[in-house]
Design a protein around this ligand. Structure first.
Ligand code: PEP
Length: 255
């Protein structure tokens, strides 16, 4: 197991927060704080903030991503945004399958797979979210749930495209709740997901795939979580909305 074979990626998920002006303000505050990062730094922001975010971060080491995309290229899908639209803006990243999409907006493993393939076909890098509910953890089916979500999301994704897949293990019970998986729990499940990738694509690709932890990661717990061999970064919700907190997580990931 060699952590050095893969990129460490710290990504913010702003969810439904910040107007374009506020996005500019937050990113402007972050830029000097993360400029020396020794990891990839991404901010995934609401659609309406994308242009402001791209403008604010031009020429910096902060990359911008969207929080979702539709699987069709265009058509009668009111209020949806397609992968080619994101690509045309100059974006490189998109989150797919976040548990809030699964919980509140009817996202299924099958639609996650469709979105993943649409994003990949535009050359976008996907941050694919998987994770179990508390009841599932308590029933002892965390491994099965995460393996199933990962396998279905990656159906028909080629070996070549796996370089554009980042997986975020996000236990649903830890998202926005202040509850964090222990570093050992995060490491264990990220390792289980890595084994699924090895079964599907072989050990070399599994070793090269970045697997993040997400779920109340903050500037107080990031260092311990990120010290684990299978935890290659973080997907950060609440703490990504405060420049100093996000920057301290980036700092922890850069050690
Ligand atoms: C998330 O939105 O992906 C997330 C992990 O949120 P939080 O850090 O607030 O738990």
């Amino acid at each position: 197991m060699n952590k050095a074979t893969r990129k460490t990626v710290i990504a913010g998920n702003w969810k439904m927060n910040k107007t374009p002006a506020e996005a500019t303000e937050l990113l402007t505050a972050m830029i000097p704080l993360v400029k020396d990062a020794d990891c990839d730094v991404i901010a995934c922001v609401p659609y309406v903030d994308l242009q402001a975010a791209l403008d604010a971060t031009k020429g910096t080491n902060i990359k911008i991503g969207a929080e979702n995309c539709h699987w069709e290229k265009s058509g009668a899908y009111t209020a949806e945004v397609s992968a080619p639209m994101l690509k045309a803006m100059g974006l490189e990243y998109v989150i797919i399958g976040h548990s809030e999409r699964r919980q509140y907006f009817g996202e299924t493993d099958v639609t996650v797979n469709k979105r993943v393939k649409a994003a990949l076909s535009e050359g976008l890098t996907v941050i694919l979210c998987v994770g179990e509910y508390l009841e599932q953890r308590e029933q002892g089916v965390t491994a099965e749930v995460c393996a199933m979500q990962t396998k279905i999301a990656l159906k028909d994704v080629s070996k070549e495209d796996m370089s554009k897949i980042i997986i975020a293990y996000e236990p649903v019970w830890a998202i926005g709740t202040g509850l964090t998986a222990t570093a050992d729990q995060a490491d264990e499940v990220c390792g289980i997901i890595r084994n699924v990738i090895a079964d599907l694509y072989g050990a070399e690709i599994a070793e090269a795939t970045t697997i993040q932890y997400g779920g109340s990661m903050n500037d107080g717990n990031a260092e311990e979580l990120l010290s684990k061999v299978n935890v290659d970064g973080g997907l950060i919700g609440g703490a990504s909305l405060v420049a100093e907190k996000f920057a301290r997580i980036v700092e922890a990931a850069s050690k």
